[in-house]
Design a protein around this ligand. Structure first.
Ligand code: FAD
Ligand code: SF4
Length: 508
């Protein structure tokens, strides 16, 4: 039958079994649509990266001899809606069978399955052949258990895919080296510039702007830095193994004003668009380590592999186990508005200024900046998780709902009441100072909880625990905090100061 196969913007898997055979009766369809550019206000670099990667993928398929219909954003026949375009192409091309790969987002999954039912067209959905597990694997794995412990899932993945294993035991005798991966960067000379691709994307920016798409953040029109093809992604992975892996774990949690990327891989966009697969990344990293054990120690490698086959895969499992209810959860009933400085970076808090400023400039912040600076602030200040989600979903190059919402609403905002994390990730200036060089040049005083220039994190931290006592005090992992709080001098002054800060968030 004449078949239409839809490829979404995050389904750029050139190793998919779809592409093994060529068939003149199969037409591949890709489209740039307002439905996707407008469901949230995205960073300009994110839209450019998606469109470029999609266009490269369409060219690749054509070169391989497949028939491809690519609808650009400015195509006059483009109806800017997935279903409307599908209906039109199905009629125009006399399509008899419609095939697609399961979307990773609930929203698109529903839209496509509704379309198949309503249109009555013969249809078939395929796996994306990207993840290690199927959507429902995690829910089945934890069936009947009260909590979903990432570590047990991660160990299962290590065993199942034989990564860093010696039979049934971990290769080096230990499963997890997280304890060793908590160093501050004291020697900036270790840092090397990451490879950049310096692409000229001015025409694409022009198209996006003349179509009137509203975006956030900055872009260098002649120096676009993100990898947007499989070849570029593989090159970045090679760079990571050679130069960054030797220090990855050690400085995984470090933050430094002089460098937004440090020893992080920047593979998240390539991964989330499926230009590269998680298994291929970890196998490459493991092999590289085995060949270079003289200069790379296991703690660096295990830390990285845990993120990719542990956390990433686990978040996807949580998403499919808990959506659509997950998107509404607000366990701590937070309602405050996200301060405007999230959109401008204009704040006196130096850590926030850097984490936000670099997000707007690079469409990137690494995990600890997202979790322990911006996320921590939003949680301590009691910001509405819907608004927090909107910000994270828009600003980062790698933000797609399945991995954004589980990290933001779950891990960072504790809005799921402890499904992803067993306790809220919060900290005062002490931790931020320990892991970064932010506090030394801040207008606020990292030592103070009250008085002029007291660091807002210090006061909001205790206010957070105090106001959420009935929900958190019974958690055995937090009980000790409450005993410290109860014995603390000057509790009223701290709470009063926090109230003043909360009433004037925009001025911080
Ligand atoms: P590296 O530090 O080099 O890590 C390697 C890879 O591990 C990453 O590319 C990523 O694929 C994976 N990884 C690491 N941590 C996580 C995690 N917690 N969850 C899932 N995968 C992980 N990641 C996204 O891909 N998209 C998002 O929208 C996103 N939003 C986040 C929001 C918040 C509030 C927080 C705290 C984290 C979020 N993360 C998100 C997870 C993580 O911060 C990014 O994956 C990482 O910073 C990407 O940079 P990197 O590729 O250099 O990562
Ligand atoms: Fe951030 Fe407080 Fe440190 Fe300033 S003193 S950088 S606000 S933690």
């Amino acid at each position: 039958p004449k078949t239409l196969r839809l490829i979404l913007g995050d389904q750029l898997n050139s190793n998919h079994s779809w592409f093994k055979d060529k068939n003149d009766d199969t037409l591949y369809l890709m489209m740039e649509i307002r439905q996707e550019t407008d469901y949230v206000r995205h960073h300009i670099q994110k839209i450019v990266a998606f469109f470029l990667a999609m266009r490269n993928f369409a060219d690749f398929l054509k070169q391989e001899g497949h028939k491809v219909l690519y609808i650009t954003l400015d195509d006059l026949a483009n109806q800017q809606d997935l279903v409307k375009n599908l209906k039109r192409i199905i009629i125009e091309e006399n399509i008899e069978l419609f095939e697609y790969q399961f979307p990773d987002e609930y929203r698109l999954d529903k839209q496509l399955s509704d379309f198949c039912i309503e249109s009555g067209i013969q249809s078939w959905a395929y796996d994306t052949e990207h993840f290690l597990t199927k959507r429902e694997y995690l829910a089945n794995f934890f069936n009947g258990k009260k909590s979903y412990l990432m570590e047990s899932f991660y160990r299962e993945m290590r065993k199942k895919f034989n990564i860093l294993m010696d039979g049934e035991a971990p290769l080096t005798g230990r499963w997890n080296y997280d304890q060793e991966n908590r160093n501050k960067l004291k020697d900036p000379l270790l840092l090397l510039p990451a490879p950049t691709y310096a692409k000229d994307v001015s025409q694409l920016i022009h198209m996006i702007q003349s179509e009137g798409i509203k975006t956030i953040g900055k872009i260098e029109p002649t120096h676009f830095e993100w990898p947007v093809s499989r070849e570029e992604s593989l090159k970045l992975l090679e760079h990571f193994c050679q130069y960054l892996l030797p220090h990855f774990g050690k400085y995984q949690d470090a933050m430094y004003t002089g460098d937004p990327f440090l020893f992080h891989s920047r593979m998240s966009f390539s991964l989330n668009t499926k230009m590269i697969s998680p298994l291929e990344i970890v196998q490459k990293v493991e092999k590289y380590w085995l060949e270079h054990q003289d200069r790379i120690n296991i703690a660096q490698v295990e830390g990285f592999i845990r993120q990719v086959i542990g956390w990433r895969e686990y978040m996807r499992g949580i998403y499919w186990a808990k959506m659509p209810e997950y998107a509404q959860l607000n366990y701590l009933t937070h309602k405050r508005k996200l301060p405007d400085f999230f959109w401008t970076g204009r704040t006196k808090m130096n850590c926030m200024k850097h984490a936000i400023g670099q997000s707007l400039e690079k469409a990137y912040a690494h995990h600890i900046q997202r979790l322990m600076v911006t996320g921590n602030f939003a949680l301590l200040a009691g910001i509405d998780p819907d608004q927090v989600d909107q910000w994270y979903l828009g600003v980062y190059i790698d933000a797609i709902e399945w991995v954004e919402i589980t990290n933001t609403r779950g891990m960072s905002q504790f809005a799921d009441g402890g499904i992803v994390g067993t306790k809220p990730y919060v900290c005062s200036a002490n931790y931020i100072d320990k892991m970064s060089d932010y506090c030394s040049s801040c207008q606020y005083d990292k030592q103070k909880k009250v008085g002029d220039n007291a660091c807002p994190f210090n006061t909001l931290y205790w206010h957070f625990y105090h106001r959420n006592q009935d929900k958190l005090a019974k958690n055995p992992r937090i009980g000790m905090m409450y005993r410290t709080w109860e014995k603390m001098n000057g509790r009223k002054e701290i709470l009063d100061q926090a109230e003043v800060y909360l009433a004037n968030l925009e001025d911080l």
